[in-house]
Every structure is written in structure tokens, then in C-alpha cells.
Design a binder for this molecule. Structure first.
Ligand SMILES: [Zn+2]
Length: 618
């Protein structure tokens, strides 16, 4: 098996993982790199002939996992092939809004946009969607007989996010995508599925390397305490977030906290994102896929994602900061989370000089973006337009509400999966090498035989493993339990991905199949005598008994397998039951018979047999 990363190899961003096995090619994720724009943000797409791809599976709607999909579908030769694109129902629903927004944002002030809205919509209609834990069998390939199926499992992380268990010709690969095993207010955490057999290969995210998250309740208390203290000193709280994902969790936390603290209820919580407001419909629609907490509330008639309801303290705003009243203390949640542009950046620049204000960063920031730079608490920041220096006096805090696993959670999950090969992706080089070292030690101490890889972009990892296959014995074959090293023989019946071993007599009962034989018959013109044929065959196979068949034809049975019959005065028939050995014997019989006429021995034999018929001129 070959695994090649076209992105997210020793970096966070532009996830794109190519898996090749037995002539089938599956790609997991097609993202962009958030720190780059235009073509530079794409994965290394030229490394692959996209017309040969069987399927593209998208784990979740985040841009670094899904935003180059339109480019692949519309601007590479993917369309010339038969590849199918899959994502979960909620992912597909959010993806559409998110991509419209992506086109709008990346087109603004740039002529380097990757694709148009029209191209996005054209390809969108080709995407197939599935439910969690639904098993999907890929259409067969023209060039490979290997069958491929996949099943998706909830990955936590964001609405609709899943991990994939891929099975290609019996080899099993688990691709985690971004995942979280932590309980939260609205998502179902990732769990190791109950499988018959662990995956051979696990391709696993490593965003947080060996770092640890604080326990959830402590972290929440720290967060709400911090927000409250900023408000108390008369400040404004800026929460830069991605429109979708942790933002929904933070809104639920704040809404709940406000409900419990009447003294805060006069302070508005603004949520500025036209995109997120559009997507709230999707959140409302997919409540059945969320945590028991959300479902229980919904059953009581409370929709936690309906911020327009009477008792909600959240005020959604969908037109930037024009309608925002920030003269007094307030909480504003705005995107983008990286503070690279847009509303969150605008507010940062406006509020930075006032020391009463506070910035709380809650998510993972990639290298090179403002959200990362400002964590070092510089005294000045640069304005996005014009680059003027702005005093930074507002407080900066970082409380990780990341929806990615930390070291404890990741290593526990890997332990439970226990693959033979572990490929680390989606992590910055230092985080990844620390994780790799920590896991090595962990496995070595326990003598677990796990190979760990952390390939760079475009590097190909070649994996060798025995694709172990299991066959179930059925019927009379299963009457006796075999002891080790005994041989069990029967018919091996393969159907899709399961194998059954049974006695031929049980075939019809257990499989609905029946056995049949193929009788082969070859007819030949006979120009020599029957006796001569017999003489030649005996010369080759030894003494042959002559008998008669049901129709009374003279018959010679050769090696108990092939019958040579005299069916007419000048016609021979060769008959046998088709099979590998029988066919070979029949071939040799045929060669002998066809060679009779031209053989010098025939002339000699004919002379001996019929001396009286010959004309003697002397
Ligand atoms: Zn993600």
C-alpha cells in the first residue's frame, strides 16, 4: 500500500491524503492552507493523475479539509475519470454556505481566486452524501478487481465531522481527520468503533502533539471568570472564532452562564457572522446527530441553536459592525478566528489601545497569523490597511477550547485502535516529532509492534503487510473443531468482503449456489483407421481398454479422464469434464491424435497391418 500526503504533511492545513492499494486510489480530504492564498494555498495536486481516482472522501467542512474540492472537481482531470465524491449530510449542507463565503472572501481584492461560485455549485450537485455508520460500497473499477468500501464514524470536532474506516481488498485503513474524544455541550465525541479486526493502518491527526488540554469544567470556569472580570473593569471582550465549530459551543456556554447570572444579563453578547447565522438552520436541522444534552433540551421544546428565542442572551448580527453598539461593556464573538482580516480584525484594531478591553483566543492558530503573533503580547500591532502602528494595551489570554484531541486523548485512542502502521498527519513539525518520540517510547515499553511514520508533503510511505483474511467454516465442515496445524479443505466462497469455507455438498444449502460440471467435446475428422488411433494412444499412455458408450460408439478411456470415441466412420470425438488437470490431459490426447497422420511411425504400422493389400510392382 502507498500513502502519499499532498498536504498536511508536517504542517497544519490543506489536508489531502492519497491511498493507493491493488489498483484502487482513494483520496481523503481536499483542503486549502489558511496561511496562504490563491494557488499557493492548494495541496500539491500535480502529483496525482486525478482521472484515476476512485473516490474522494471529505471528513468535515473546515476549509483546510474541504476548500480545494471544487478546484479538484472542476479544474483538474478528475472529471475525465469515474471518481465519486462523498461527505456526510450535515457536512454537505454547511459546505455549500461555507464555500459561497470562501469564494466571496477570496475574490475580494484578489485576482488570484481559485474558482467561481458557479463552478462551486456545478460540482456541489455531484457530491454524494451519507449517514454516520452507513456502509458505502464503491462502484467497481474498470482496471482493478479489488473492491472498496468505507464506513464513517462520528469524530466529535464539528457538526457532521467523521472519521473513515476504509477497506480496500481486505486491507483496513482508519483515517481520523480532525477529531475530539471530549464530551461537550453539542457534539457526540469520537469513540473507537466495535470492529471485528483492528485496522492495519491508522492515519491520525497530531495538531496538539504532546500538549494536554485542561479538564473541561475547569477550562469553562476559567473562561467565564475571565470574561466576567474584563466586563467588570468596564471593558469589551473580543472572542475571535471560526464561524462554525467551537463558536457554537462557546455560545452555548455563555448563554447558560448568563442565564445563571442575572447581574450580567444587561450586558449584550453579540455574535457577528452572516455565514454562521445562515448555517444555524443546518444546526437546527441536524439536532438528532448531536449530544444527548442538546437532544434532551430539544425534546423539552427548547432549541439551543435558536438564538432568536425569548430567553436567549445571544444577539446575532449579520451586517458587520455597523449595527454594533460598543460604547459600553459587551461581549463580541466574530470571525475569522485567526484575526487575519474581516470583522474580528477590525474590532481588534479599534479596541487594542484601551487597557480595559480583553482579547480571548480560544482555538488553535497556525504560524504566521495575527492570532498567533499577538499571543506574545507585543506592545504594538500593525493595521491591516496602511500598516500604521496601533498601541496594544488590551489584555490577551489564551484558553484552548480546541476540538482536537490532546496527547492523553490521542494516545489513548491510538492504544485502543492498535494498528500495525501509524501515519501522523496534520501537525506542525515540532509537535509531530515530539508526539512521534513519545509514542515510540510508549510502544517500546509495552513491546507493541507499531511502525510510526510522519511523512513530509509529496513523500510516499510504502507499507507492507499481510492482508489477513478470515473465512468462516459452515455446515458439515464445522462439525469438528480443527486443532492447530490441521488442514481444513473445502470450497472457499468469496462474496464482497466475507469468505466462507464449506463442503461442496453444503454449497446449495448455505450459499444458494450450486455446483455444475462442464463437459467438453472436441470433434475431429478421421483420415486414418481406428486401430491406428488406438495404437498411437497406447504408445503414449500404455494399455488402454476399449469399450462402448451409451450410444454404442467405440470408446477409449485415457487416464480415467478423457474419452476418445469413434462417432462416425470418418469422425472422432474427444470428451472430458472441464478442469485444470483434465484440460491438460485432453490437450495432450489431442496433440497425439492430430499428429498421427504426419508421423513416420504411422506409415510403418500401416505397412505391417495391411501387407496383402499393397501393390507390388516387382
Ligand atoms: Zn477541522
Amino acid at each position: 500500500m502507498e500513502v502519499q500526503l499532498l498536504g498536511a504533511g508536517q504542517e497544519v492545513g490543506r489536508s489531502c491524503c492519497v491511498i493507493k492499494y491493488k489498483g484502487r486510489i482513494i483520496v481523503c480530504d481536499a483542503g486549502v492552507h489558511p496561511a496562504f492564498s490563491g494557488m499557493a494555498a492548494l495541496p500539491f495536486l500535480d502529483e496525482l493523475d486525478w482521472s484515476t481516482v476512485d473516490a474522494i472522501l471529505i471528513t468535515h467542512f473546515h476549509l483546510d479539509h474541504a476548500a480545494s474540492l471544487t478546484y479538484v472537481m472542476e479544474k483538474t482531470n478528475f472529471k475525465e475519470g469515474k471518481g465519486v465524491v462523498y461527505m456526510s449530510h450535515p457536512t454537505k449542507a454547511v459546505y455549500r454556505y461555507l464555500m459561497s463565503d470562501f469564494v466571496r472572501v477570496s475574490t475580494a481584492g484578489s485576482d488570484d481566486n481559485l474558482f467561481t461560485e458557479a463552478e462551486m455549485i456545478a460540482s456541489f450537485n455531484e457530491i454524494q452524501s451519507f449517514d454516520f455508520e452507513q456502509e458505502i460500497l464503491l462502484p467497481p473499477s474498470d482496471t482493478s478487481s479489488a473492491s472498496v468500501r468505507f464506513t464513517s464514524f462520528a469524530a466529535g470536532h464539528v457538526l457532521g465531522a467523521c472519521m473513515f474506516l476504509l477497506e480496500i481488498a481486505g486491507a483496513r485503513v482508519l483515517y481520523t481527520g480532525d477529531y475530539s474524544t471530549e464530551e461537550d455541550r453539542h457534539l457526540v465525541p469520537a469513540k473507537v468503533p466495535n470492529w471485528e479486526r483492528p485496522p492495519d493502518v491508522m492515519i491520525c491527526e497530531s495538531t496538539y502533539g504532546v500538549q494536554s488540554h485542561e479538564p473541561r469544567l475547569e477550562k469553562e470556569a476559567q473562561f467565564t471568570g475571565l470574561v466576567q472580570s474584563i466586563l467588570k473593569r468596564g471593558g469589551r471582550v473580543l472572542l475571535p472564532v471560526f464561524a462554525l465549530g467551537r463558536a457554537q459551543e462557546l455560545l452555548l456556554i455563555l448563554d447558560e452562564y448568563w442565564a445563571e447570572h442575572p447581574e450580567l444579563q444587561h450586558i449584550p453578547i453579540y455574535y457577528i457572522s452572516s455565514l454562521a447565522i445562515k448555517c444555524m438552520d443546518v444546526y437546527r436541522q441536524y439536532i438528532h446527530t448531536m449530544s444527548p444534552n442538546v437532544r434532551a433540551k430539544f425534546a423539552r421544546g427548547i432549541n439551543p441553536f435558536d438564538f432568536k428565542r425569548q430567553d436567549s442572551f445571544i444577539r446575532p448580527l449579520d451586517r458587520g459592525i455597523s449595527k454594533l453598539n460598543d460604547r459600553n461593556p459587551c461581549v463580541v464573538m466574530a470571525s475569522p478566528g485567526f484575526l487575519t482580516s474581516g470583522v474580528s480584525r477590525e474590532l481588534l484594531e479599534k479596541w487594542a489601545p484601551d487597557p480595559r478591553n480583553g482579547l480571548v483566543i480560544t482555538g488553535y492558530s497556525v504560524e504566521g497569523v495575527m492570532a498567533r503573533t499577538i499571543m506574545n503580547e507585543p506592545t504594538e500591532i500593525h493595521a491591516l490597511n496602511g500598516g500604521a502602528k496601533i498601541q496594544r494595551r488590551l489584555s490577551v489570554d489564551y484558553i484552548s477550547f480546541s476540538a482536537h484531541v490532546d496527547y492523553t486523548q490521542n494516545s489513548k485512542f491510538i492504544d485502543e485502535v492498535m494498528p500495525s502502521h501509524l501515519i501522523l498527519v496534520h501537525g506542525e513539525v515540532n509537535n509531530m516529532s515530539r508526539l512521534r518520540a513519545a509514542l515510540r517510547t510508549r510502544f517500546a515499553e509495552r513491546k507493541n509492534d507499531v511502525q510510526i511514520y510522519s511523512p513530509r508533503n509529496v513523500e510516499t510511505v510504502k507499507l507492507k503487510f499481510r492482508g489477513e483474511r478470515m473465512a468462516k467454516a459452515l455446515g458439515s465442515l464445522a462439525n469438528t473443531v480443527p486443532t492447530p496445524s490441521t488442514t481444513v479443505s473445502g470450497l472457499l466462497v468469496s462474496k464482497d468482503f466475507s469468505y466462507t469455507l464449506l463442503s461442496p455438498a453444503d454449497l446449495r444449502e448455505f450459499t444458494g449456489l450450486s455446483s455444475s460440471v462442464i463437459l467438453q467435446r472436441q470433434r475431429l475428422a478421421l483420415s486414418v483407421s481406428w486401430d491406428l488411433v488406438r495404437w498411437h494412444l497406447e504408445g503414449m499412455y500404455g494399455k488402454i481398454a476399449q469399450g462402448k458408450d451409451a450410444e454404442g460408439h467405440l470408446t477409449l478411456r485415457i487416464m480415467e479422464t478423457v474419452d476418445v470415441k469413434l462417432v462416425d466412420k470418418h469422425e472422432l470425438a474427444i470428451e472430458w469434464v472441464g478442469g485444470v488437470t483434465n484440460d491438460m490431459i485432453a490437450d495432450s490426447v489431442l496433440a497425439v491424435v492430430l499428429g498421427i497422420e504426419g508421423s513416420p511411425a504411422s506409415v510403418k504400422k500401416t505397412t505391417e497391418d495391411h501387407p496383402h493389400n499393397h501393390h507390388h510392382p516387382h
